[in-house]
Design a protein around this ligand. Structure first.
Ligand SMILES: Cc1cc2nc3c(=O)[nH]c(=O)nc-3n(C[C@H](O)[C@H](O)[C@H](O)COP(=O)(O)OP(=O)(O)OC[C@H]3O[C@@H](n4cnc5c(N)ncnc54)[C@H](O)[C@@H]3O)c2cc1C
Length: 380
């Protein structure tokens, strides 16, 4: 049950061609022998290297930065196929999805030259440095401070939940660079910090699935040069908001558990029943409109727009959908989930269930997204 071409936009010949190419690449890649639910939470640097060398990272970027100058829909097809195959895509995910586009949009020529080609080769990985111990949903309250010195910045503070910082090369930080209590959004800036810089301590946080994905980052007089600033000083809030549209609208917001649905369909094929057919049908009928909305946003992002309200809608509806897949399979129909099982379905179900609570927290919580949606609808 590979992702079917529900949408007429997907019938273009170049999209069919690239879908066939990435499927062939994945079918021959050793990492696919063990597909993963929530595959973009599984870090495999070697896989990302192979993917980058094959031209599937930074696909839409200009060739002079190592990109492929492909369309946003071609990239979309590749992302769908990575998720549908359960490929371990975490290593390059953030760099490809948001750090790279932020550099393209706001970076200097030198920053782009320095970082983008290595990202596109699948050799340079990035983390998101937004959340802090007392600042998650209320991002404008970040307290990590970057102070301007004669020849650069000195950073002090703490970040938390920083996914894969222990295995990445850069963290794109949101820092306070000046104070204006009347307008907290002003005075924030984005700074690109190498993760091996002196004065930075990275401490593991183990998640409820027993894995080390998150970290706490402690900055003690960390010094970076002046040109580590991304974009304009004091404009970090606007820049971060545009980054969140990339973060919230992609197919990873509704296809993380697709591999589980596919495994269930395989089981149902062996023992067909009206109950399993109804369940699969109800899931697919929710998937189709989500995919259409997400593709429209991808096209608008590709044109330089920031459709933040629409992205919040996709993320919230997608998280509900993904959480329901695991819940319904676990609660109603199938044998027990087991993360250590040799049985593919039971293992994937356990992975999906253990990861599902995070779907409505990462990238913005359910309540925050619903608040954004309500505001845009004029309801508050
Ligand atoms: C798997 C995963 C990966 C993550 N990776 C990263 C990462 O790489 N980098 C990074 O910076 N962050 C990361 N995060 C952090 C994530 O962005 C935050 O957890 C999230 O923004 C919520 O912030 P918080 O944990 O401080 O919760 P809080 O903001 O303290 O919220 C706690 C609860 O209160 C509710 N709440 C808060 N404010 C309001 C309000 N105004 N109205 C109604 N309800 C409200 C929230 O919805 C939530 O239920 C990750 C989180 C997860 C789960």
């Amino acid at each position: 049950m590979k992702t079917p071409n529900f949408d007429s936009r997907m019938n273009q010949p170049e999209l069919a061609r690239i879908r066939a190419e990435i499927r062939e690449f994945l079918a021959n890649d050793p990492s696919i022998a063990k597909p993963r639910a929530d595959s973009w939470s599984h870090f495999d640097a070697a896989f990302s290297g192979r993917l980058g060398r094959a031209g599937y990272i930074g696909m839409t970027w200009p060739k002079r930065y190592g990109g492929g100058e492909r369309s946003s829909l071609e990239r979309y097809v590749v992302i769908e196929e990575l998720l549908a195959a359960g490929a371990p895509a975490a290593a390059h995910w953030i760099a490809d999805r948001q750090t790279g586009p932020q550099l393209l949009r706001f970076g200097t020529e030198a920053q782009r030259q320095q970082v983008l080609p290595a990202i596109a080769r699948g050799e340079c990985f990035c983390s998101i440095g937004m959340s802090e111990p007392d600042s998650g949903s209320d991002l404008a309250s970040v307290r990590t401070r970057a102070t301007r010195t004669g020849d650069g910045w000195v950073i002090n503070g703490r970040k938390i939940w920083t996914s894969y910082a222990h295995q990445s090369h850069y963290v794109l930080m949101l820092c306070r660079t000046s104070d204006n209590p009347a307008a907290r959004q002003q005075g924030l800036s984005q700074i690109l910090v190498p993760l091996d810089v002196a004065g930075l301590t990275i401490r593991p946080i183990i998640n409820m699935a027993g894995a080390h994905d998150f970290n706490e980052l402690l900055f003690e007089d960390v010094q970076v040069p002046a040109d580590a600033l991304l974009g304009s000083e004091g404009k970090g809030w606007d820049q971060v908001i545009s980054e969140l549209a990339f973060e919230r609208s992609g197919p990873e917001r509704f296809l993380s558990s697709f591999v589980l649905l596919e495994a269930f369909a395989d089981l149902a094929r062996q023992q067909p029943s009206a109950e399993s057919a109804t369940l699969i049908g109800s899931m697919i009928s929710r998937l189709v409109p989500l995919r259409g909305m997400s593709m429209s946003i991808a096209a608008r992002l590709g044109q330089g727009e920031s459709p933040n309200f629409e992205a919040a809608l996709v993320k919230e509806m997608g998280s509900l959908f993904e959480q329901d897949i695991g819940d319904r399979l676990l609660g109603e129909i199938v044998p027990a989930a087991d993360p250590t099982s040799d049985d593919k379905f039971r293992r994937l179900l356990a992975e999906a269930v253990l990861h599902a609570p995070s779907f409505s927290i990462r990238g913005g919580t359910r309540e925050i997204l619903r608040g954004i949606i309500a505001r845009d609808l004029g309801l508050r």
